[in-house]
Design a protein around this ligand. Structure first.
Ligand SMILES: [Zn+2]
Length: 220
């Protein structure tokens, strides 16, 4: 790399401070740094920025529900670029990315560094008794009371592989409505979420049917 211009050497500084240079490149740049105060100053500045960059957990960005609107996708893209493993040759210098990241840290560090809640609040489940009318079916069920209706979490095995079964919710007036369908998985256990438009207060039970024949029933 004897033929590298000073500009090219400067563009490599970002990769140097983030440890992304291979050994020959690193040694060449080190040799240059020994004789160039301007580049040494640049390295010192970059190291400070990189330390801040290290605080940014890029993997967490996607899972954060509400980034501030001013903190655009450009910033995230640039931070990703700066942290990507392999550098594009002399394309976007890390300097630009680092400057943008520093800006992002100024704007959004509070948001980025906010710890992710350890648990996401899930709606409470209600275990309901299940009666199985056909061997070798084994089933258990939980209900989730949603604002839009009742969700049945059906855990079961023994339904014929590839065969379709219907699930119906029965309301307190004895009226039936579909809560969906599923396909049997044989001896493998399945977990199936079935949604019904019947509200929990109006729901009295459900049945799993095979062309009208009741296989599993539950009365709440
Ligand atoms: Zn230099």
């Amino acid at each position: 790399m004897n033929d590298l211009s000073h500009r090219e050497l400067r563009e490599m500084l970002g990769y140097y401070v983030t440890g992304k240079l291979d050994e020959p490149e690193r040694l060449s740049l080190q040799a240059h740094l020994d004789g160039c105060a301007a580049c040494r100053a640049e390295v010192a500045e970059l190291r400070g920025t990189v330390r801040k960059l290290d605080l940014v957990d890029v993997a967490r960005i996607d899972s954060e529900p509400s980034p501030p609107p001013g903190l655009g996708e450009d910033v995230i893209r640039h931070v990703r670029a700066a942290q990507s493993v392999r550098r594009p040759r002399r394309s976007t210098p890390l300097l630009i990315a680092a400057a943008i990241a520093a800006l992002a840290i100024g704007l959004g560090a509070g948001w980025w560094l906010k710890p992710t809640p350890a648990t996401v609040a899930l709606p409470p489940t209600e275990t309901v008794a299940v009666q199985v009318d056909r061997a070798p079916v084994d089933a258990s069920a939980k209900l989730i009371n949603h604002t839009w209706g009742v969700e049945i979490q059906l855990t079961a095995s023994g339904f014929e592989t590839g065969h379709a079964y219907q699930v119906e919710m029965i309301n307190t007036r004895g009226e039936r409505s579909s809560a969906g369908e599923f396909v049997g998985t044989g001896t493998r256990q399945m977990r199936c979420n079935l949604n019904s438009a019947v509200l929990r207060a109006d729901a009295a039970g459900f049945e799993v049917l095979d062309h009208g024949a009741v296989l599993v029933s539950s009365t709440f």
